[in-house]
Design a protein around this ligand. Sequence first.
Ligand SMILES: [Zn+2]
Length: 90
Amino acid sequence: MMGKFNCSCGEVLSTVGCPNPYEGYLLSDYNLDDDIIDDVSSIKIMDIARDVRECDKCGRVWFEEPRGSNKWVSYIPENGKYNGLLKGKE
Ligand SMILES: [Zn+2]
């Protein structure tokens, strides 16, 4: 965990809080073998999940690529707004 994440729009996201509304994880279907589904262990999931960040100012969604590299690729939402994808929903 780094503490801060700099979005290319200039926003600085705090990644300190836990749970954190800007951080999440993406699982590829390729990694969801029967092993993982049968044994829902958070450590195992963290081994195969990709870190995701969402900027609450511009709505960019950032994916770590390659996984574990601390390098990131971003996607800008077509609706042009922050969608709160990683906020906990009731
Ligand atoms: Zn941003």
